[in-house]
Design a protein around this ligand. Structure first.
Ligand code: NAD
Ligand code: UDP
Ligand code: UDP
Length: 312
């Protein structure tokens, strides 16, 4: 029988691309989502696919389904969304991880947990290798997400040690591409939407903080490779090590869209990390993986997607 793969958060940005990829690889895909930040439009093209199934469900609640592999992606990812209902964010991360690990334990299924570069907080080591323990404010506005994800990692490793669950943990760094939510407040979607609508480009702080942006296709390739190999449980950084300032990103978006939007400066949100860049030595060695899509090329694809969104 074809193995069935569960994707929680499958109607979200990354989850929907992952569903596409798994179906292309010939798998049965069970997508579970509560549509908190995910959208039917992201998976509408899959609804009639014979190997695709959708369940509307909240991962805080137990889920009894017969699956062989689990990608646990359910969790709002943009600061605006995860801070909108911070208690729900922690519940999703922690209770969701417990339920999905319990499911993996019962089914003897391999489970991949989508963790995040946010576990490093506002890092004091640069770039960040997996061995770095991070610098996180436990009581700040980002803590619901950061600490929720840190606890989910802890649960993965305790289920691995105590219950022999076959875990994989990846730490995803900023990823962008088509199907990002146009109003999720993340920097790539914000800048492109603002540029296309001729609105001011909002730089928080002086725009000198850095991020490293990975195109979605590269990320999904790394995620699938991590799931499919038998030697390394993680944590494993996945991201593009090319680092840009936020101002450079704004200028690139303006150039690629041909927009005349002006740059405006807004206060830097509390606990906003000043720099972030993945050390991907481990992913290169273990997964033979390295991102291939240059920022400009990925931005062009993303701009094409958002042009359609704006014109709808
Ligand atoms: P997203 O918000 O587009 O997707 C998250 C999905 O999870 C949505 O479809 C949402 O409806 C669903 N969801 C949220 N709470 C749920 C719940 N309680 N039960 C069921 N479904 C629920 O975000 P994304 O960018 O696709 O992120 C996917 C995963 O990757 C998240 O776990 C996120 O933390 C992680 N991640 C993403 C990035 C990035 O740059 N995109 C970076 C680091 C980590
Ligand atoms: N769980 C689930 N689906 C399953 C098996 C377990 O949702 O197929 C949930 C269950 O609700 C439980 C949690 O996963 O609370 C953790 O499971 P575990 O076996 O570790 O805990 P226990 O059932 O022993 O409390
Ligand atoms: N940012 C910005 N303008 C925006 C949105 C974000 O300058 O309209 C900045 C934000 O302060 C942060 C960086 O861009 O320094 C990345 O923000 P995002 O919310 O995309 O992700 P983060 O990496 O902070 O989780």
């Amino acid at each position: 029988m074809t193995p069935t793969t569960l994707v929680t958060g499958g109607a979200g940005f990354l989850g929907s691309h992952l569903c596409d990829r798994l179906l292309k690889d010939g798998q049965e895909v069970l997508c579970v989502d509560n549509f908190y930040t995910g959208r039917k439009d992201n998976i509408r093209h899959l609804l009639a696919h014979p190997r695709f199934e959708l369940i509307r469900h909240d991962v805080w609640l137990p889920l009894y389904v017969e699956v062989d592999r689990i990608f646990n992606l359910a969790c709002p990812a943009s600061p605006i969304h995860y801070q909108n209902d911070p208690i729900a964010t922690t519940k999703t991360s922690v209770l969701g991880a417990i339920n999905m690990l319990g499911l993996a334990k019962r089914r003897k299924a391999r489970i991949l947990q989508a963790s995040t570069s946010e576990v490093y907080g506002d890092p004091q080591r640069h770039p960040q290798p997996e061995s770095y323990w991070g610098h996180v404010n436990t009581i700040g506005p980002r803590a619901c997400y950061d600490e929720g994800k840190r606890c989910a990692e802890t649960l993965c490793f305790d289920y691995y040690r105590q219950a022999k669950v076959d875990i994989r943990v990846i730490r995803i760094f900023n990823t962008y591409g088509p199907r990002m939510h146009p109003n999720d407040g993340r920097v790539v979607s914000n800048f492109i939407m603002q540029a296309l609508k001729g609105e001011p480009i909002t730089l928080y702080g002086d725009g000198q903080q850095t991020r490293s942006f990975c195109y979605v296709d590269d990320l999904i390739e790394g995620m699938v490779r991590m799931m499919n190999q038998d030697t390394e449980i993680g944590p494993m950084n996945l991201g593009n090590p090319e680092e840009f300032t936020i101002r450079e990103l704004a200028e690139t978006v303006l150039r690629l869209t041909g927009s005349k939007s002006e740059l405006v400066f807004r206060p830097l949100p509390q606990d906003d990390p000043m720099q972030r860049q993945p050390d991907i030595t481990k992913a290169k060695a273990v997964l033979d993986w390295t991102p291939k899509v240059a920022l400009e090329d990925g931005l062009k694809e993303t701009i094409t997607y958002f042009r359609k969104v704006v014109s709808q």
